[in-house]
Design a protein around this ligand. Structure first.
Ligand SMILES: *[C@@H]1O[C@H](CO)[C@@H](O)[C@H](O)[C@H]1NC(C)=O
Ligand SMILES: *[C@@H]1O[C@H](CO)[C@@H](O)[C@H](O)[C@H]1NC(C)=O
Ligand SMILES: *[C@@H]1O[C@H](CO)[C@@H](O)[C@H](O)[C@H]1NC(C)=O
Ligand SMILES: *[C@@H]1O[C@H](CO)[C@@H](O)[C@H](O)[C@H]1NC(C)=O
Length: 436
């Protein structure tokens, strides 16, 4: 498949937390006060669910079961506990039960993420699960997921990391059912998969810059292509297609490292590393912010769209000892603990831009009754330098652009956790609408 060649980076066991030992009512009272006091501080990390938070609390008080069974706790958790828990802050902990599929059981693994097949020698990187600091995140249950999305449809709009996520999900769902290909075109960038027994459809829409683009020069100043980005124009290849979907999962990031020329109102306004005379360098961040703004505006302008918009936040790459096309590589075999690294520099900036544009879009969308949610994967993925294909996404003699791939994620691997997040969020949403 073509997209990898053109793709360059710039680029269980449920332990009770001490809180549960405090008598439940006291705990509730404390949490209500704490939540009121610190909700503004959580922003932007936790407030994706804050709107219904207070309403939930009254309704839930009487429904808390004194259920101390650990497994039941994990499954029934979407009570008050999960409502208050930020599932995106935590640590990776060992999970001997993983993986839930292999290169032999799942055909949907993209060649360039098929690390087992290409001989990655270590497999410890597969055996972790995400443990939020204040609660449990259940491992993805494909039966539950398909029950929830029965009769619905989900669009992955963005770049190849979004496709990576969808393929992980196909593998995880394969314990229940394989999808059939119902694509409208033979273009591998625009695939549709349908789960016949559940009438559930997933689709990918290729739009690595989210807005209308044109490749102005396949080489450009750094041999990675030079793209014209029309920052105020919709990329109609997806904006005209997504309104029928119940869920849109939006992502983007890695392509913004490459040289770009920015257009607004059909005129050049600046660029990122284009090295053109008389064109000011406005930085990648300028383009990134406006691309997201335009993408959200496109969604908020859809007349018939009634669905939920998820922003899957930027997943950092992990090139060390060089950048992507200058010998950088990712050779670690263990996750970081959260105190061993932190989000900074470009990663932090891209992440903050996403959150800011997301908040504005959410405010706009809410006026029309649209729901916006953050799949806030950035922190969890920052901690997984060990999860990338590196040189095990192809045969050693193969000529591929991203020779050491420290951008995408091996399957099986840490990206499987994104399905854990998504299912948990859908369950919480279900609880909320069931009681409102
Ligand atoms: C899966 O990977 C193993 C090596 O770990 C390899 O021997 C096998 O051929 C691969 N299977 C497929 C279907 O690629
Ligand atoms: C399948 O789901 C779609 C919406 O995604 C709906 O329009 C259609 O009527 C459903 N078909 C059946 C047979 O339920
Ligand atoms: C990080 O925390 C762990 C345990 O919480 C501790 O053992 C380790 O020394 C800490 N590492 C650093 C770099 O602070
Ligand atoms: C690898 O592919 C690129 C373009 O596809 C080509 O320019 C280059 O010469 C190739 N390198 C080798 C070693 O074959």
């Amino acid at each position: 498949m073509k997209f990898h060649d053109t793709e360059h980076h710039p680029f269980g066991n449920t332990t009770m937390t001490p809180k549960h030992m405090i008598p439940k009512l006291t705990f509730l009272a404390i949490m209500v006060i704490l939540t009121l006091a610190i909700t503004p501080l959580w922003y932007p990390f936790c407030s994706y669910h804050s709107s219904s938070l207070l309403k939930m609390k009254h309704k839930y008080k009487n429904h808390i079961h004194d259920d101390d069974d650990n497994d039941a706790l994990a499954q029934n958790l979407p009570s008050t506990y999960v409502e208050k828990c930020d599932i995106f802050t935590g640590e990776w902990v060992p999970n001997p039960k993983a993986p839930y599929y292999t290169n032999n059981t799942c055909w949907a693994i993209h060649e360039h993420q098929n690390c087992m097949k290409y001989g990655r020698p270590d497999s410890e990187f597969i055996k972790w699960r995400w443990k939020p600091s204040d609660c449990e995140l259940p491992i993805f249950n494909p039966f539950q997921f398909l029950e929830i999305v029965k009769g619905k449809s989900m669009a992955f709009v963005g770049d190849s990391v979004g496709r990576n996520q969808m393929q992980s999900m196909i593998c995880l769902l394969s314990r229940v059912e394989w999808p059939i290909d119902v694509s409208y075109t033979s273009d591998e960038y625009f695939k549709r998969w349908k789960y016949p027994s559940y009438n559930f459809t997933m689709a990918t829409f290729w739009t690595p810059h989210l807005v209308r683009t044109k490749e102005a020069d396949p080489n450009g100043p750094s041999n990675t292509g030079l793209f014209n980005l029309y920052l105020d124009e919709y990329d109609e290849k997806w904006t005209t297609q997504v309104q029928e979907f119940d869920y849109i999962i939006l992502d983007g990031g890695h392509w913004f490292y490459r040289p770009m020329v920015f257009y607004e109102r059909k005129k050049v306004v600046g660029c990122h590393f284009c090295l053109l005379e008389n064109v000011p360098d406005l930085t990648m961040f300028y383009g990134y912010r406006r691309a997201f703004r335009t993408a959200f505006k496109a969604i908020n302008s859809l007349e018939d769209f009634k669905g939920t918009v998820f922003l899957r936040t930027f997943a950092p790459s992990h090139f060390e000892n060089g950048i992507w096309n200058q010998g950088g590589n990712c050779l670690r075999t263990k996750p970081f603990r959260s105190n061993e690294t932190r989000l900074d520099g470009t990663n932090l900036e891209l992440y903050m831009i996403q959150l800011e544009e997301f908040r504005k879009a959410e405010t706009e969308g809410r006026k029309k009754g649209l729901k916006f949610k953050l799949i806030d994967t950035t922190q969890a993925m920052l901690l997984r330098p060990d999860g990338h294909p590196s040189r095990y996404g192809h045969w050693p003699n193969e000529n591929v652009t991203l020779y050491n791939d420290c951008v995408h994620w091996c399957l099986p691997g840490p990206i499987d956790t994104w399905s854990d997040f998504l299912l948990q969020m859908l369950k919480m949403e279900g609880m909320r609408s069931a009681i409102s």
